[in-house]
Design a protein around this ligand. Structure first.
Ligand code: ATP
Ligand code: MN
Length: 470
């Protein structure tokens, strides 16, 4: 509750809807979602983002000055409403405000307002990202993001993980493979050149090539190998030059890193983490989640509850390949031992073979990053991907290589320079310890939890190939 200048009680819509009606005076404010007139009655629905529902305001035979103000209060206008709280005869709501006074704070010309009462396509709403949070779906997404962000911190804080801030600008490519955005202050027209005619990044701001980070993992390993358990939660950048519904150029990633933790401990952490977040969301955002269940992804609630209640299936990459090749299904990308799993394979495994989340481990070393621990077979590494129905990969992680010689070997095999990783190798030289971690894409989690099809609709301002508006 807050006070406005007249010291009347201003309540948020969600608090108003939780009250029992008794004619008490109150003030509400927000944006007009709909308005309709019938004879001497004017009905309004007001939303202030505090919850999915609007509060209904009814004016019965308004005084002339109020009627004049009512005429200015079109859909989209911001208003302050004064009235009393009464029982509502209408279906689907227990209370309504009987309006006595109204102030239009900011008008919204009805014929120009881009949000009409009809249902707009998500494609259209992406073009008006400055107004889409005023729709039910995008208001709900914003509340879900908020709920999950907070739950992520709570999960780790309850387990004594330290929140670590890793750099956004980096001179190392964590994956050795990621498509990176360059950070430079050199002039694009006339960059300094060396004697071979190549751009001389020695003259650039950092004295060497620099990029936006694709992962905070290597930095997180430094802190895990000193403080035992840490996590990052921050923006990550990948110049993904493909137009998919699950890739952004800028996304948020959560990366825990834990010392004295092998791949089994890592899988347990990932499973506990996902279950904790989904349960917290079901409990904390019930109204919004019911909306996604009925309007976006039928069966969502039941589905997520099953994920919370049941154990994740754990299989090796080799078992996954066997399950796929013996399925009799013909895939666009044929499967054989050694190929990377494509999204169609991930969906088939989770939706048709195991009917729930699956953790796949022990991938061929050739298709995974150099830092993953080599198994005794010399062929596979202790990577683990968590796959979920509808989406495919949601988490990628591994036990890290803790042995100095093996790691040096893997860096060289991967075509990277040992010198570039001198500090990373030092962690194996001084007090090396088995350690593990994973990365969860925050937007993938929100897609999964809400059933939203396109990742561009679960982040307020999406950045993707040829798109960086707003
Ligand atoms: P994918 O095969 O789906 O591209 P990846 O193997 O590149 O994923 P990792 O490098 O393991 O992914 O990153 C960890 C997690 O970050 C992924 O499991 C996913 O949840 C998320 N992620 C990766 N790339 C993107 C992206 N471009 N946009 C949004 N989330 C992403
Ligand atoms: Mn990728």
């Amino acid at each position: 509750m807050s006070q406005n200048s007249n010291h009347e009680a201003v309540l948020r819509v969600r608090d108003i809807l939780a009250l029992s009606p008794g004619g008490q005076p109150l003030t509400a404010r927000g944006w007009v979602r709909t308005k309709r007139d019938s004879k001497h009655l004017v009905f309004f629905e007001i939303n202030d983002g505090s919850c999915l529902s609007n509060v209904q305001v009814v004016f019965d035979n308004p005084a002339p000055d109020v009627a004049a103000e009512l005429a200015r209060a079109q859909t989209g206008a911001s208003v302050v409403v004064r009235g009393t709280l009464e029982e509502s005869p209408a279906r689907g709501q227990s209370v309504e405000i009987h309006g006595t006074g109204l102030t239009v704070v900011g008008q919204s010309p009805a014929e120009l307002y881009p949000l009409q009462k009809k249902r707009h396509s998500f494609e259209y709403l992406r073009e008006i990202a400055h107004l889409r949070p005023r729709t039910n779906t995008f208001g709900a997404i914003a509340r879900v993001r908020n709920q999950l962000s907070f739950a992520i911190h709570r999960f780790f804080q309850e387990r004594q993980f330290l929140y670590l801030h890793t750099p956004i600008i980096t001179a190392s490519d964590a994956e050795g493979a990621g498509e990176m955005f360059r950070v430079t202050t050199l002039s694009p027209d006339a960059p300094p050149r060396n004697e071979h005619g190549a751009v001389d990044f020695g003259k650039d701001f950092f004295g060497r090539p620099a990029y936006l980070t694709v992962s905070g993992q290597l930095n997180a390993e430094i802190y895990a190998c000193a403080l035992d358990r840490v996590y990052t939660f921050g923006p990550t950048f990948r110049a993904e030059n493909s137009n998919t519904t699950r890739h952004l150029a800028e996304f948020w990633m959560i990366e825990p890193e834990v010392a004295f933790c092998d791949i089994n401990c890592n899988m347990d952490l990932a499973e506990d983490f996902l279950k904790y977040l989904l349960l917290d969301l079901l409990q904390g955002c019930g109204e919004d989640m019911a909306f996604f269940d009925s309007r976006v992804q039928p069966g969502l609630l039941e589905n997520l509850q099953l994920v919370v209640d049941r154990s994740f299936q754990r299989i090796s990459y080799t078992e996954a390949v066997e399950a796929l090749s013996s399925s009799g299904r013909s895939f666009e990308y044929p499967v054989s031992w050694g190929v990377d799993l494509q999204s169609e394979h991930e969906k088939f495994l989770t939706e048709e073979v195991y009917r729930g989340p699956v953790i796949v481990t022990d991938y061929p070393k050739e298709i995974k990053a150099f830092y993953m621990k080599l198994n005794d077979d010399g062929k596979t590494v202790r990577g683990m991907d968590v796959l979920v129905p509808r989406l495919g990969e949601i988490i990628g992680g591994s036990e890290r290589e803790a042995n100095l010689e093996t790691l040096e070997q893997r860096i060289t095999e991967s075509g990277l320079n040992r010198e570039d990783y001198w500090w990373y190798l030092d962690l194996r030289r001084f007090g090396s310890v088995p350690h593990s971690g994973f990365g969860l894409g925050f937007e993938r989690l929100i897609q999964y939890a809400t059933g939203m099809q396109n990742i561009r609709d679960v982040i307020p301002f999406p950045r993707a190939v040829r798109s960086a508006d707003f």
